[in-house]
Write a new protein. Sequence first.
Length: 449
Amino acid sequence: MPAMQEQLQAIAMEGMHHPHPNPLLYALWVRWRERGNGQEQLQAIAMEGMHHPHPNPFRQRERGTRQEQLQAIAMEGMHHPHPNPHPGEGDEAGAAQALFSGDHVNNKNFLGTQDWSRPELDSLLEQARRFRANRLGNELQGRSIALLFFNPSMRTRTSFELGAHQLGGKAIVLAPGKDAWPIEFDVGSVMDGEAEEHIAEVARVLSRYVDLIGVRAFPKFQDWSVDREDRVINAFARFATVPVINMETITHPCQELAHIMALQQHLGGDLKGRKYVLTWTYHPKPLNTAVANSALQIATRYGMDVTLLCPTDEYLLDPRYMDFARQNVAANGGSLSISHDPQAAYRGADVIYAKSWGAIPYFGRWDQEKPIRDAHKHFIVDEAKMALTNNGMFSHCLPLRRNVKATDGVMDSKACIAIDEAENRLHVQKAVMVSLVGSGIGNGESRMV
Ligand code: CP
């Protein structure tokens, strides 16, 4: 073990006895517990037994003072499985090569693309292209995935279930609260409400059965400060001993990969310098910001000149994702701008990506947002706006309400690549599943204490 790590462990062990846990120690514990190697995880579990550092292991990083956040970020930098997740993308080609080799132990989970290096994402896309050419294989022979849907799905469910089957694996679909017991996520809760079991048991039991767990859990749309903690999938990641895959929570990383794969199909592999517009569209209901957050992340990650087009500043995305986008621009080139003017934004665009989402300041007060939303129905993607583009492509994650978000004319035009993007979900998710089970982490049995 490196001397630095020994010292940190020693400091951590000392700090655990302190009545007010040190934020440095706290960040170290999170890193070990969530993403550490076998020895680090054991160490973290031992530490929990002495003194639990914090009831919510994600709060400090997100809600600590500026000083605490900087300390936590500094510690993450030391222990992050990808020490340099944004800049210097080219440094990790070796990690990408190892992705499907069985030696890859870093990416325990697929929670968001920001945790994966560009070479790793490129490697997933390459594997996805191989799966597109050859659908059947045995890469998941004898393997299984539990797919937990807290919200409805058509594409995600079908593509994961079928993808596992086509590679020799088995998918089990569960809808907690409907065909499986409702789950409690609060630590220390007196469970006298609807929930019949706790995530601590659910995630660990499933980990004894399956090799992977997929989770779809949308925000509750009442309080964004709560929703932005993404507590359901983070709780699965905390308690599961097998890799966890984000099937859409407050981001949608599988959609990101499918989207980039479709753009590369139609525009070529290098997307740098392409003009990309993420446009808000009207929808009668406030929808999840997940796909918008994801589009902003992945388009900037691939060096495009990105415009976020939305009705007012109230529709800007959470600062976490705006910051990720700015960091990506700094690391990869390209640009990020904000526009409230559809004509200006569409002019010369290579890509129009549409999505509707609820304005964050109005979470829980949707009656007050409605007049703003209703005043911007003209943000619909139509032929007149598409005519302003550089013969641009149009896409959407689907489902899409025709003639509300985009016209029939746009949806049925050659410019629309939404069906290709939807198909790609099948291919990219196979690549993600294979990379995670190929990591050597495998079934939780060997990692239980
Ligand atoms: N795009 C997408 O995730 O589709 P579903 O909601 O149908 O799964």
